[in-house]
Design a protein around this ligand. Structure first.
Ligand SMILES: *Cc1c(COP(=O)(O)O)cnc(C)c1O
Length: 385
């Protein structure tokens, strides 16, 4: 009765969302701050004053949301923690000098989906096939191998270097040998390390130009360098981003691609062959309002970065090995202690962090950065362990 395809499926296991106890949740890289008041207000106005709109299909092309995303990127350079905040009006940010994009991001460069997980699934379908292995780091976002199984795409996994950074030379030589597409997260997960924009440019110069080069920027707002400025020079670059981390909207499911219009058109063809209406009217409304209120989210990203750097220092003072992080989480281990054992002991104190039972990283904990109050509770729990 079941299809043969089902045998290739190895579903992703997300961070636990327990209901048995009110844990401090530092296990899923969610944002500890709620959406802005203006974002919440836009949703409540829709529900209360315009509820008739719920009876109608949403805009299948999410045009207003895509305009707002493009505008938000033009006003921030695609990195919230370095953007300069200018008051509280719409799009009240200016990119830092280093992150400025020297062209205008426009609606036809944006593709939206129901969370970047769905967007990634469509990216896999659109750009990767079963004939050539896809090059990716051995330790990276664990959904990529899940989609590869779903679509029957062979993988060419490249070990990380001893400092947990990507082995870009090896990734490129493999890609050149097989004329492969590439995918990785930058900053990478769960390690937290980032490549600079000039390192990405150097990769793009050597990678096959007729193959997609996919960079997942889920965490870039917390300290990475966005590759958006490189879209002018590289027509094969595909950048995946999400509202789930820096924009405090994980519960509404909005992800997007920034790429050249031709590739966006291909993604639209795939989307319209699968689900015409991936973003519902509430999510489109909230997403647009959040983009306009980007200065609020930029201020939160800056707070999270400060909190992260303090926490890294705190861990190092206590003898932990900490991988440098450009994200809203820290990947760290304590010599002589198992990751599983630490995770359980911290959980028993009411704080949830993430442990991966994956060979090579099983000694590590991935700890999401929360508010100052949450981090104090975590530190107290860790002192007791
Ligand atoms: C969280 C995360 C995503 C998924 O984000 P959603 O938009 O919530 O689906 C994608 N890629 C990476 C690397 C992530 O950490």
């Amino acid at each position: 009765m079941l299809s043969k395809r089902l045998e290739n499926l190895h579903p992703y296991v997300p961070g636990e969302q327990p209901k048995d106890r009110d844990y401090i949740k530092l296990n899923a890289n969610e944002n500890p701050y709620p959406p802005s008041e203006r974002t919440a207000k836009a949703v409540s106005v829709l529900l209360e004053a315009q509820s008739k709109r719920l009876a109608l299909y949403p805009d299948p092309a999410s045009e207003t949301l895509r305009d707002a995303i493009a505008e938000m990127l033009n006003h921030t350079g695609g990195v919230l923690c370095t953007a300069q905040i200018e008051g509280e009006g719409d799009f009240a940010c200016r990119p830092s000098k280093a992150d400025a994009i020297d062209f205008e991001v426009t609606r036809d460069m944006i593709f939206c989906g129901n969370g970047s997980d769905e967007v990634l699934s469509l990216v896999f379908y659109t750009f990767f096939d079963a004939e050539t292995p896809l090059v990716l780091p051995e330790h990276t976002y664990s959904f990529y191998p899940v989609y590869a199984g779903y679509y029957g795409i062979p993988l060419d996994k490249i070990a990380l270097k001893s400092d947990w950074s990507l082995d870009t030379d090896k990734m490129l030589s493999e890609a050149q040998t097989n004329n492969s597409a590439l995918i990785f997260a930058n900053p990478n997960a769960p390690t937290g390390r980032a490549l600079t924009r000039s390192e990405i440019r150097a990769m793009l110069e050597k990678a096959p130009s007729d193959r997609a080069f996919v960079v997942d920027e889920a965490y870039v707002d917390f300290g990475g360098e966005s590759a958006i400025a490189l879209l002018k020079d590289f027509k094969n670059l595909v950048i995946v981003r999400t509202f789930s981390k820096s924009m405090s909207l994980a519960g509404l499911r909005i992800g997007y691609v920034v790429a050249n219009p031709e590739l966006i058109g291909a993604l639209e063809t795939v989307k319209n062959s699968f689900n015409h209406f991936p973003i519902d009217v509430l999510a489109q409304t909230a997403g647009e309002a959040a983009c306009k209120d980007v200065s609020y989210y930029a201020a939160n990203a800056k707070k999270i970065v400060l909190e992260r750097d303090n926490f890294c220092d705190w861990l190092k003072e206590r003898g932990w090995s900490v991988i440098p992080s450009a994200t809203n989480f820290v990947f760290a281990k304590k010599d002589g202690k198992g990751g599983e054992e630490l995770y359980r002991a911290i959980k028993a104190q009411g704080v949830l962090v993430r442990h991966f039972a994956t060979a090579g990283i099983e000694d590590f904990l991935r700890i999401t950065i929360g508010t100052a109050q949450q981090m104090n509770a975590l530190k107290a729990a860790m002192e007791n362990v």
